[in-house]
Design a protein around this ligand. Structure first.
Ligand SMILES: Cc1cc2nc3c(=O)[nH]c(=O)nc-3n(C[C@H](O)[C@H](O)[C@H](O)COP(=O)(O)OP(=O)(O)OC[C@H]3O[C@@H](n4cnc5c(N)ncnc54)[C@H](O)[C@@H]3O)c2cc1C
Length: 413
């Protein structure tokens, strides 16, 4: 069979949360003739079967920061999600067995919500609808088996032997990218020695739009409000415990969860399906090369305790899109190294701060050290007592702690 080489301006490898978000953010350039090919090995119109979906859109729920929600609103994606998203109006952070405790309230920050919880499948439907538009080619399900950089950019080869030449390749293909390794891009991986257990629970009391982040000797646990009296739960457990907890009958799991959270959310009645994720901090040693950018989990995969992985990645996407939309309008080649380096440089501080905070939080709260326990209490009490500290903390949690990218030329979030 003779294979032909297709051409595109930008190839986006991976139609998870991050790849799909980038396509929306490139709308200004698409309106002005940019061509883009979005590729995924999973089908993008799935039915109920979780294993058939892109992994971003599995049975989990995601905490979207207020900044991310505002971005989705401006991109016109939010209306498809809004009815199924739950606003977080109050957050309680507490340390089990100690006196430190802090509350954040949306009203105190003069906003309707500190963030939103949305099921990943709903987020996926929102992000993936509206992608069929002039300039966008969707190539899924199909696997890219090799990537070679050349004079014109990147040459992608598919499992069926077809090839695609792109001026710029954006790799949003997840934390375990064999293709990045093929290009000699190394990743630094530090395991936390823990897994994230994810499930949903139903209680006998409406959640009142409260989210709970609780730190205990067994690991951090988050109860995030969903429907009226349902919560998404993310529980960080040591690797040695995870299999036993996953295998518990429902009633035993419920009583273990109840012991973690106490009775502040009412009595736990039911739990849903469970899944678990090995937790590690994975960062790529390079994020840009000529004609190449790594985004999302391919660039940095974080501990989920602070719910910042996607929120950081979409800010990266917005900044990259701002650079690319402007370059397209100016006629600057999209693969130019200085252009891509300027994106990386502008996101550096945000990435560093968010990664450090996500890395530090589980370590500080997991520590049994008496000094750290006292410091945790002081930190939580300071948050409880000082409106300024709360405002700063809330602004970062809301994804508003840094300069926002321009979504269309001239407009910022
Ligand atoms: C338990 C847990 C809870 C989380 N909670 C939050 C939260 O509350 N808030 C938050 O902001 N973040 C959260 N995150 C992080 C968030 O889920 C990630 O940031 C996000 O999923 C990253 O998406 P991605 O698109 O970069 O990668 P992925 O979802 O891994 O997507 C990569 C895509 O590339 C495709 N692909 C890979 N290789 C190929 C190939 N060779 N050919 C074709 N296609 C390919 C795959 O099929 C896949 O669809 C959480 C993560 C975990 C584990």
């Amino acid at each position: 069979m003779t294979s032909t080489v297709q051409h595109t301006d930008i190839a986006v490898l991976g139609a998870g949360m991050v790849g799909a978000s980038l396509v929306h953010l490139l709308q200004p350039a698409l309106n002005e003739g940019l061509t883009l090919t979005l590729i995924d090995q999973k089908a993008l119109n799935w039915d109920g079967d979780i294993s058939q979906r892109p992994p971003s859109f599995d049975g989990r729920a995601t905490a979207l920061s207020y900044g991310t929600q505002q971005m989705l609103e401006q991109l016109g994606i939010w209306p498809a999600i809004a009815d199924r998203a739950c606003a977080i109006e109050h957050i309680q952070v507490s340390d089990q067995g100690r006196f430190g405790q802090a509350h954040l309230h949306a009203a105190e920050q003069n906003t309707e919500a500190l963030g939103y919880i949305v099921e990943n499948a709903v987020l996926g439907q929102g992000l993936l609808s509206g992608l069929q538009q002039p300039g966008v080619t969707i190539n899924a399900p199909t696997e890219v088996t090799s990537v070679r950089m050349n004079e014109q950019g990147a040459l992608l080869t598919f499992a069926d032997g077809q090839q695609l030449q792109a001026s710029l390749l954006v790799m949003a293909d997840g934390a375990r990218s064999p293709l990045a390794a093929q290009l000699g891009i190394q990743h630094q991986r530090t395991s936390y020695g823990t897994h994230g257990l994810v499930t949903q629970v139903e209680t006998d009391k409406p959640h009142g739009h409260w989210a709970y982040e609780r730190f205990s000797n067994d690991g951090p646990i988050a109860f995030l409000p969903l429907q009226k009296n349902q919560y998404a739960v993310v529980w960080t457990l040591n690797n040695e415990l995870i299999d036993d907890v996953l295998a518990l009958p429902d009633d035993e799991l419920l009583s273990r969860l109840q012991a973690q959270i106490g009775h502040r959310i009412g009595r736990l009645l039911r739990c849903g399906e469970r899944a678990s994720y090995p937790l590690a901090l994975v960062t790529s040693r390079e994020q840009v090369r000529r004609s190449l950018v790594l985004l999302g989990n391919a660039a940095h995969s974080l501990h989920p305790v602070a719910g910042q992985g996607f929120n950081l990645a979409i800010r990266d996407c917005a900044m990259l899109a701002e650079c690319l939309n402007q370059a397209w309008a100016d006629g600057t080649p999209l693969g130019e190294l200085t252009l891509l380096q300027s994106y990386e440089q502008q996101q550096q501080a945000d990435q560093r701060n968010t990664i450090q905070a996500s890395d530090l939080l589980p370590k500080v709260f997991a520590s049994q050290s008496a000094t750290l326990s006292v410091l945790r209490d002081i930190g939580l009490l300071a948050l409880a007592a000082m409106p300024t500290a709360r405002r700063l903390f809330a602004r970062h949690a809301m994804g508003l702690g840094q300069r926002a990218a321009k979504l269309t030329r001239g407009e910022t979030v």
